[in-house]
Each structure stands twice: as C-alpha cells, then as structure tokens.
Design a protein around this ligand. Structure first.
Ligand code: FAD
Length: 454
C-alpha cells in the first residue's frame, strides 16, 4: 500500500523515498486523469502516477502532482477464449489475480508479491522466474495512455508500435497508463517443491535446474553453505493427458500460517531484530537460518504459489546479468561478503528469465539471471550494495528500475541498445518533461535529451 504520512505526504514501502506533492488527486475515470494532467501543465507542475509505492527507488516520487490511482481499479473487458483481459491501471495484482481466477484465467508468470499495481509493476520491469518466460510486461498486448497534452491514446504492436515498445517498461515517463490489456492463460495449478541443497551443487547444476523447471529460483544466505531451491512446475490440466486431472493439494491453512507467517515472517523477523541489536551475531544467525531450511511440497493455484507475504521490511538491489555470468558473480560475492565490515542479514535471491524485445526491459536481447541482494531495514547496506554494483558492472549488469542502484544516464546508455530510441519517443511524447522527476533526470538525463548528450 502507499504509505501516506499525513495530508499530501508520501513515502514508499521501504522508507527509502519520501515526497511532498503540492497537489494530490484521486481520479475516478480517464476524463479526470486527462483533466488533472492538463491542470498540472497549466500550473507548471510535473506529474507522477502513484502505484502501491513498492519501488525502492524514488521512481514515483514527486513534488508536483501525485496521481493516486487507487480508485481506478477493476477489469473492464475479458475474453475467456483468447485470454485477452483489459484492466484499469490502478488495480493491484492481488485484486487482479482474484478476478482472473473467477474467470478461469491467470497471469502466466508473477513475482514474489501481489501488492503492486499492474501499471506500477509493468513500468519498472517487474518479473518472476522461468527460463522460458519473460517479465510481466511481456504479457501486455496493449496500453491506454494519457499523454502530456491530456490526449488519450492506445498503443500496441500494431498501433503506435514505438510508443508501445517504450511504454511497456516506461517508468511513467511517456504518460499515465490508464489501462493495460493482458494476454492471460487458462488457470493452472503449480506443484511447488522447496528444499535445501548445498550452494556449490546449485551453482554447478544451475543451467539444468533452470531448463528442467518451469519456474526455478534459489535463495542463499551469504554465510551459510545451503541454498533453498524452489521448483514450481505446472501440472497438466484435467483432460490434457491426465484423464482425471490433478486437483490441487494445497497446504492446510494452519501449515500455511506456520510456514509463511510464523517461520518466514515472525521468526525470521525476530532473528533480524536480534541481529540489528547485536550485529556481531549476524553471521551466526545467518548460518542458523540457513541450517534451519527445510523441505516442503504442495500444489495450489498458480498465483497462490508464486506470491508470499513479505512482512519483514528490507532494502533491495537487483541486477540482471547474462545467464552465463551468474557463477562468476556469485563466486565473487561469496568471497567478498564475509569480509564486509557490516554483516548481511538477508539472503541473496537468484531467478531467471527469457530474452525479450522490450526496449528498457532488463532482459532485453539476452537470456537473463537476476541476482537480488537485500539487507534488513535499519542495518547499514551501502558498502554491500556498492560492492555488488562493482561486481555486476564487470558483466554488463542492468539494474532493476524499481530497486536501489546508483547508475545514471552515462552508464546506462551502453547497457541498453534501444535507450536512444526510448529517449527519442519520450521527447516526442513529452517534450517538456511533464512526467519527469529527479530519479528520471538521473537515469535519462534532462527531459528532451538524447543518448548523445547524457
Ligand atoms: C516486498 C517487495 C517484493 C518485490 N518483489 C518483486 C519481484 O518479485 N519481482 C520484481 O521484479 N520486483 C519486485 N519488487 C519491486 C516492485 O515490483 C516494483 O518496484 C514495482 O514497480 C512496484 O509497483 P507499484 O505499484 O508499487 O509501483 P510504484 O513503486 O508506486 O511506481 C513504480 C513506477 O511506476 C510508475 N507508475 C505507476 N502507475 C503508473 C501509471 N498508471 N502510469 C504510468 N506510470 C505509472 C510510477 O510513477 C513509478 O515510476 C518488489 C518490491 C517489494 C517492496
């Protein structure tokens, strides 16, 4: 959820960004969104659409007009035959997943949580895991936008294709996304298998694990020897080579509560607080968390398997690296992290995605491994995150747009072959930088700039 501090004040979930917009509007329809953008232009204000505030970066922060889209929610059209579903941009993934389930549909892939809005998730390149699947933006077939002049347009691969290529992962820089048309799939069941494995073995078998499972990821506690390997695989639907189908066998409610709320949140949160009070204990607590990893298997509706509650607050950085670079990056981290002055409480998470063709997607043009590092809220993280950035810089790592990083336009240019095209389309759609803020100025250069002046 957005975290209002008081009238007109905004902060993100992690507490890493705050802002005091001079104007805060909650539109209820597209005409109100368009009118708010025109009014802001007349007053010389910049405009940011607010999602759920779950970016760690200041992507949504503004001192101008904050467009709070939380009342702009729900599915407006659905074709269960084609799977095409149009959803208002302020809809949270939680609400979307529930509504899709009622229609017998689902998103083909999802990230770890469901608190984000659909437009916020697309805009920063939010992704889950799966070597044959792309991030959430690859599931978008069309976008409706309000542009800087207040006009309402639709874009897709066939209508305004350049605007579509830019706005699918567009950081809100092209306009306000008012609706997203998604290509959904029939509801499916996932068989989840989670078990500890020695981290060396996971790294050795990484390619096979990624190839052999629909959704593979692992967590590794930096001082521990064990990784928690998660394999989620699709079960055949009833009638598809499995006459009776396979009914989901979800965890009983009490076990779900125990595993996710007690062990992953309450107990882990207690260890984190202990570590924050006595940082010298962190490596031992970390080893304890690693040793306490246990196996579990269950089946459930896809979105109930993908998503887990995250109640322990943390800060995060994540980089996309070419898949073949993963082992080298992890070897450097395993060597360097134990030497940091400030120990690290949270695990490293590794996921995969297929190459895609979205201009600012972190997986643009290359099969990708994602490496996410975290630190418990309130513990020092700067040296760790700097170390991580210096390691991934050596393998052309691309930062997640919604997670902490220090890169600016000069260093991002060589990482994104289509950044010049993105900036050109942005300059055409929004020549005055109406949808700018200080984060966008840092990553793209001043409004209207091209790749050569950054
Ligand atoms: C606990 C936690 C878990 C996470 N897990 C994952 C994960 O598994 N995978 C992953 O990739 N990321 C993950 N993230 C990051 C998160 O998915 C992204 O930062 C996402 O952008 C947050 O969505 P939001 O709705 O909160 O958007 P916000 O953070 O509020 O906004 C993000 C950007 O989108 C823009 N925006 C929002 N709405 C619109 C609109 N209607 N039109 C135009 N622009 C708009 C904003 O202006 C801003 O630039 C996680 C974050 C947290 C805190």
């Amino acid at each position: 959820m957005k975290q209002p501090l008081g009238p007109g004040e905004w902060r993100n979930w992690a507490g890493t960004a705050t802002a005091t917009p001079v104007r805060w509007v909650q539109p209820r329809n597209e005409a109100e969104i368009s009118a708010a953008v025109k009014d802001a232009a007349a007053a010389g204000l910049q405009v940011r659409a607010l999602g759920s505030g779950h970016s760690f970066t200041a992507a949504a922060a503004t001192g101008g007009l904050a467009l709070d889209l939380s009342l702009w929610s729900g599915i407006t059209a659905a074709d269960t035959r084609t799977g095409l579903v149009t959803v208002r941009s302020g809809t949270t993934l939680r609400a979307l997943n529930a509504a899709l389930a009622e229609l017998g549909l689902a998103m083909a892939n999802l990230g770890d949580i469901d608190a984000q809005t659909i437009a916020g998730a697309l805009s920063t390149g939010t992704h889950g895991t799966g070597a044959r699947l792309g991030g959430l933006a690859t599931q978008a077939e069309a976008l409706d936008l309000v542009l800087a002049d207040g006009s309402q347009v639709t874009c897709s691969a066939s209508t305004r294709p350049e605007l579509f290529a830019a706005a699918r992962v567009g950081l809100g820089a092209l306009g306000v996304v008012t609706a997203v048309t998604l290509r959904c799939v029939p509801s499916f069941t996932l068989a989840a298998d989670e078990r500890p494995m020695p981290v060396e073995q996971v790294i050795e078998q990484f390619d096979a694990l990624a190839a052999d499972n629909d959704h593979f990821e692992f967590y590794w506690f930096p001082y521990g020897r064990q990784a928690l390997v998660k394999r989620n695989n699709r079960l055949p639907a009833a009638g598809a080579g499995s006459p009776a189908g396979r009914a989901p066998a979800p965890m009983p409610g009490w076990r779900r509560f125990w595993e996710f709320e007690v062990m992953e949140n309450a107990a882990f949160g207690t260890l984190c607080r202990l570590g924050r009070a006595a940082p010298r204990l962190i490596p031992a607590l970390n080893r304890l968390s690693s040793a306490a990893l246990s196996a579990r298997s269950y089946t459930d509706a896809s979105y109930r398997v993908f998503v887990t509650p995250r109640r322990v607050h943390f800060v995060e950085s994540e980089y996309a690296v070419p898949r073949e670079s993963l082992a080298g990056v992890l070897a450097e981290l395993r060597h360097a992290v134990p030497r940091l002055a400030d120990p690290v409480m949270f695990p490293v998470e590794v996921r995969v995605a297929a190459a895609d063709d979205i201009w600012l997607s972190t997986a643009y043009g290359r099969d990708t491994a994602y490496i996410a590092i975290h630190q418990y809220a309130g513990l020092p993280y700067r040296a760790y995150f700097d170390l991580f950035e210096s390691v991934v810089a050596g393998v052309a790592g691309r930062p997640h747009w919604g997670k902490l990083h220090s890169l600016g336009a000069g260093r991002l240019g060589p990482l994104y072959p289509r950044l010049g095209d993105f900036l050109r389309v942005r300059a055409e759609a929004d020549p005055e930088g109406r949808f700018g803020n200080s984060y966008l100025s840092r990553i793209f250069g001043p409004a209207g700039s091209s790749i050569t002046d950054s």
